[in-house]
Design a protein around this ligand. Structure first.
Ligand SMILES: [Zn+2]
Length: 324
């Protein structure tokens, strides 16, 4: 297909990508009916807060996210469907901004955030972070009003075969504020200019990297990635979710190493079932429940149990700490 037809704007090296992204957002939520309805609907979405030992969680009842939470991501299902991120298969109304190294910035029509983007590679290529961490940093530094996030191919990505990030408006995920408040309680170490922090009493286990030097960050990320890869030699990439954002001073990268995709509750029957398929947003402190019954019954015990099942073990986290 002729990609130009999908372009919202023909790019120029001097463009202010953040500014054009806001324009794209306005145009799409006005002229693309699916996006218009779903962003309007998000204003009335039901939410409730849960405080677990001083750690905040927001539960969001979001029926439109069923397609992501319940997505079939096994190899057979993936090979039998049309990839929804390939430019040729995008809805006719959807427009894109080309950016960095062959990526497209798109408005996500099924939002969790008041502003929610999908950033996908133009070409159909597997979801992998190792070779693309630099692009994640570049998007974070460009879209400074957004948190960029990455869901691993077996950790919540509904298109594990097509490389993509998502981006959500800053200020929504509890982890952003809690990291600043709780950071002093956690063990830290340093590698080059990067400050590494290990959150082990945060219900989920989280490694955070902070620095303003891009190369140092990429090197540190690769080091952590390699250690995680050694712990999961049979996986194509270690199971993880990542949140990444930047301000004028530094980047912050939160890494959530995992051992499991979906908790047992996802597969349980009748009353015991919770249709929750945690990914970066849930690790950031916002639990998405596509069904009303789950929104109403999800409690502190469930959240503690779900994280215990899917997050990296205490023993492995300890090894990470001493090796980094
Ligand atoms: Zn594709």
């Amino acid at each position: 297909m002729n990609l130009d037809e999908k372009y919202f704007y023909i790019p120029d090296a001097t463009d202010n990508v953040a500014f054009i992204t806001e324009q794209l957002f306005r145009q799409q939520t006005k002229e693309w009916q699916t996006a218009a309805i779903n962003y309007e609907g998000l204003k009335n979405v039901r939410v409730r807060d849960l405080n677990i030992n001083g750690i905040r969680f927001c539960i969001q009842y979001n029926p439109e996210r069923i397609r992501s939470s319940a997505a079939k991501v096994d190899a057979k299902s993936i090979s039998e469907r049309k990839c929804f991120l390939c430019p040729a298969n995008l809805p006719p109304e959807q427009k894109a901004i080309p950016a960095f190294d062959d990526f497209l910035i798109l408005v996500n029509p099924f939002p969790i955030f008041s502003k929610h983007l999908t950033i996908s590679k133009t070409a159909h290529t597997d979801q992998r972070i190792a070779a693309n961490a630099g692009s994640m940093l570049d998007f974070a530094a460009t879209l400074t009003d957004y948190v960029i996030f990455y869901n691993g191919p077996k950790c919540g990505a509904s298109a594990p075969d097509h490389l993509h990030f998502q981006a959500g408006k800053k200020g929504f995920l509890p982890v952003e504020k809690e990291f600043v408040e709780m950071k002093n309680r956690w063990k830290t170490s340093k590698y080059k200019s990067v400050e590494i922090s290990f959150a082990d009493n945060y219900l989920r286990r989280m490694i955070t990297l902070q620095a303003n030097n891009r190369n140092d960050l990429l090197e540190t990320f690769a080091k952590i990635y390699d250690t995680l890869a050694q712990l999961q030699p049979n996986e194509t990439e270690p199971m993880l979710n990542i949140l990444c954002y930047a301000d004028e001073n530094a980047w912050t990268i939160h890494i959530f190493p995992r051992i499991k995709h979906r908790p047992s509750q996802f597969f349980a029957e009748n009353d015991a079932q919770l249709l929750i398929s945690p990914a970066s947003v849930d690790f950031g402190g916002v639990f998405i429940t596509p069904r009303l019954e789950d929104f109403e019954k999800l409690n502190a015990e469930d959240i503690i149990d779900i994280f215990n099942q899917i997050t990296i073990s205490e023993k492995e986290f300890f090894e990470l700490k001493i090796n980094n």
